[in-house]
Design a protein around this ligand. Sequence first.
Ligand code: PCA
Length: 220
Amino acid sequence: MRRNRPIILVTGFGPFPGAPSNASSLLAEAIAEQAESQLPGFSVHAETLPTEWQAGPARLAELLDTLRPTLTVHFGVSRRARGFVVETRARNLTQYVFDACGETPQAESIADGGPNEMAVTLPTGLIVERLRKLGLPVQLSRDAGGYLCNAVLYHSLDHARRRDATGLGPRRGFIHIPDRLTPGGPRGPTRRAAASKLEWDGAVKGGLAILSACAGVGER
Ligand code: PCA
């Protein structure tokens, strides 16, 4: 990582019950690798967060405190996603679902007394515009679920809110991608894989376009 450049943090998740390998982690790495040349003014850092109620948010807090990224884009997989799903808010709730180490959330809310919901601070409209221009499938979503993706997004936005009273803090947001996405193409001739409109190369290209849009790089 080069010093003195604004840092972009891109995260994916590790495996979790029902998802023995997680495409979001591979995608975060692939994006970061290519981003260094496409976003030369930035230092891009990829990280895989554990899909665990305790360790996931804890690792995220550590990364945000040490790297102090100007932009953070989180990626996670979704069974329902057919393309890029740009989340627009995080909600202060958890679903009683087992994580990668067999634990369940400790409470029904993420932060006791915290805001019921928080809006992401990425230019979501611009992201949609850029991805559509590339011919990639994309949609906006107001429901990031009740599992670790929503929890990590909530923690990420809450972290920015606490550290930055002006509300003009670092940009942070979340993108869901299809769970069947793999570097070699969709895994097996399943119906879900066939229904996914996003291929690996498009996912990497789209991921880079998302970073460029958020970092204020490229065409207006
Ligand atoms: N997807 C899960 C958690 C980790 C991931 O990749 C979710 O949608 O919450």
